[in-house]
Write a protein that binds this ligand. Sequence first.
Ligand code: CUA
Length: 327
Amino acid sequence: MARVALAPLILLAGGCAWDGPMSSITSASDFSRAILHVYAIITWATAIIGLIVFVALAYILVRFRARPDAPPPSQVRGHTLLELGWTIGPALVLLMIAIPTIQVIFRTETTAAPQGALQVTVRGWQWWWEFRYPDLGVVTANELHLPVGRTVVLHLEGPDVIHSFWVPHLGGKRDVVPGRNNRIVLTPDRAGEHWGQCAEFCGASHANMGMRVITEPAAEFDAWVTRQKADPVEPSGLAADGKAVFAKSACVGCHTIAGVSAGGLGPNLSHFGGRATLAAGMWPNTPDNVAAWVRDPQRLKPGAKMPELGLTEDQAKALAAYLTGLK
Ligand code: CUA
């Protein structure tokens, strides 16, 4: 019985990992650090106020409890000092919270970025993320790489509906609105893997619109850029069959693979095999998962814009071998 009662508690506590990949109380940038600073002030202020209130309440409950032959307590009405006290006190508390909050809102809303900041265009599509590095000539999807210590300007663009870019380790949510140039300026300050999620309901697969951000030392970031710019290696064996399947199926209409196809509606697949996850963070990027995905995207990701391709199991396996080989 006790074990049954404990089970939900354990499940609940399991969500409390301090430094989980989507924890909003772990920081990996100046933006999230500024938010955590305000969060700490509010948490401490409310904890101290709560403590004072509960201690006073406990004391009053015991000290002034009803006794059998006690006379009625004295009644207080229109006490100017009390009235002033409980008006000014909360006003001071609100002021104490408002000043750092407003400071941080203005600081994190600023669009000024230093010379040499990395420029990244973020496009929220139904239901995946596109990341373009115009100065580096790199286009990728669902996995954003950023160098530690360099300021980045994320230009948020919405080609279809409203989404919201949210990577808790890196900072607060910001809406991705068609026709509006929203920006986030931040500097990652430690290496790591950070998970993100679309935070604005955007249709059937809103919940399946995840992303990963990899913050890494500058040298590793440069090596990643070099890999992204390299031409895909020519496949052989099963992967070569997969390339043929790709070239004569509907894939080419939507996906770009450098030197093979140029479609602008789906994720760029030139270096698909170098990403750790598939379909906007839904599964690990393994040949088996890719084969299952290309055979039945509509069942695996409701509403996905990728149509049923009518591939046989062998074709799907070959295609998966080709795609996962594109490092
Ligand atoms: Cu995109 Cu929710």
